[in-house]
Design a protein around this ligand. Structure first.
Ligand code: S3P
Length: 429
């Protein structure tokens, strides 16, 4: 249990940890490269450490140089991963389980993937189905982990994603690296994060995008790379939210990844009336990066529909808090995918905000919030072990009258172990 007291304002400059999606991918691709790759600024969290441990278990070298904040990955070559004695434990990390499946189907041997209770409840046939179509031997247990994979020859497919998911897209594109020929094509119903495509290109792979279709050709080898991981927009989001809501706030976040497929929440906050400037734009690690300044302001309600959802899928819990403090009724629809996250995030968001006195209604594919432009009452938020719900509770606490107690606040370590320390460093009480 951790209590977050109301804040008077948030002020200052900060830097959030390296992007989680990019960190996972850098470890995975580094392990497949011919030689040593260097990853600077990797976002160290329970999730990315699961990926580091998995790659070690599969035979790659992963060495942390804490002084220099560099991780050196000694790759084993495209087809060089070897089965460990036991299962590969993916912990809480859905990205690891989905992406590594697309890699292991191209390796030699039999692999088993397991996860924690939350991950073991999440759907995995979404990746198993297209991989089977490519000729892979991959089995789930009633659609869930444990996943068993026996590597073998693969053929290219053209796959129309039934759900907009970067994890499913990435699993198929990664399997395409091992196909007998190219291209393996994935068609997206809506644009999703494109970090895999960018990083494959940086490692020398032929990847193209025409409209909504992404194609990949199997390479001879992957070049080792050196990457600076930019700040995680999803970790910046709670700070942006807090500064927008708490009167008198003024925050600057430096070196944040502003990849257009990630910053839907920034555009939504702007639409609601937030005062945001994005400046000092540059390219880091093949990704667009910038500094973001945000000042507090009154917010008005808005609507979010399916097309926008993938661009802020992990920020929808934060959006619910913004909506609770905005003038008017906000509605999210087309967000069924929230039910397949670390928790059923439609349910956990609705429970969390209701417990704080917010008028929020659950919809089959989203939620409706009756906002009141005032401080929230406060109360107790149960994270249910979900890092994003714990962060929701924290920001709600800052903008509350009575403070918020968070049950299982430690869940933040899944993506952002230093979250509360960083929050304390900018929040005046
Ligand atoms: C991620 C993709 C998203 C996101 C997750 C990370 C990724 O999941 O929610 O936190 O790194 O590819 P889906 O692809 O299932 O939407």
């Amino acid at each position: 249990m951790r209590t977050i007291e109301p804040a008077i304002s948030l002020r200052g400059d900060l830097r959030v940890p390296g992007d989680k999606s990019i960190s996972h991918r850098a470890l995975l691709l580094g392990a497949l490269a011919d030689g040593v790759s260097e990853i600077r600024g990797l976002g160290r969290s329970a999730d990315t450490m699961s990926t580091a441990a998995a790659m070690r278990a599969l035979g790659a070298g992963v060495e942390l140089d804490l002084d220099e904040d560099v991780i050196r990955v000694t790759g084993v070559g495209l087809r060089g991963l070897t089965p460990p004695a036991g299962p590969v434990d993916c912990g809480n990390a859905g990205t690891l389980m989905r992406l590594i499946s697309g890699i292991l189907v191209g390796q030699e041997g039999r692999f088993e993937l397991i996860g924690d209770a939350s991950l073991s409840g999440r759907p995995q046939e979404r990746i198993a189905r297209p991989l089977r179509e490519m000729g892979a031997s991959i089995e789930t247990v009633d659609g869930h982990a444990p996943i068993t994979i026996v590597g073998g020859p693969l053929r290219p497919i053209r796959y129309e994603l039934p759900v907009a998911s970067a994890q499913v897209k990435s699993a198929v594109l990664l399997a395409g690296l091992f196909a007998a020929e190219g291209p393996t094509v994935v068609v997206e119903p809506q644009a999703t994060r494109d970090h895999t495509e960018r990083m494959l290109k940086a490692a020398g792979v032929r990847v193209t995008r025409v409209g909504t279709a992404i194609s990949v050709w199997p390479p001879e080898r992957l070049e080792p790379f050196s990457i600076d991981v930019p700040g995680d927009f999803s970790s910046a989001a709670p700070f942006l939210l807090a500064a927008a809501l708490v009167p008198g706030s003024e925050l600057r976040l430096h070196g944040v990844d502003v990849n257009p497929t990630r910053i839907g929440f920034l555009h939504v906050l702007e639409r609601m009336g937030a005062r945001i400037s994005v400046y000092n734009r540059r390219v880091v690690g093949g990704e667009p990066v910038a500094d973001i300044e945000i000042l507090s302001s009154d917010l008005v309600a808005t609507q979010i529909e399916a097309a926008e959802v993938p661009l802020l899928v992990d920020e929808l819990p934060m959006f619910a808090v913004a909506a609770a403090c905005a003038h008017g009724v906000s509605i999210v629809t087309g967000a069924d995918e929230l039910r397949a996250k670390e928790t059923d995030r439609i349910d956990t968001v609705v429970q969390a905000l209701r417990a704080l006195g917010v008028r929020i209604t659950e919809l089959p594919d989203g939620f409706r919030v009756h906002g009141v432009p005032a401080r929230l009452r406060g109360g107790v938020v149960r994270s249910a072990g979900d890092h994003r719900i714990a962060m929701l509770g924290a920001i709600a606490g800052l903008i509350s009258k009575e403070g918020v107690r968070i049950d299982d606040a430690e869940a933040v370590a899944v993506s952002f172990p230093a979250f509360f320390d960083l929050l304390d460093s900018v929040a005046a009480r």
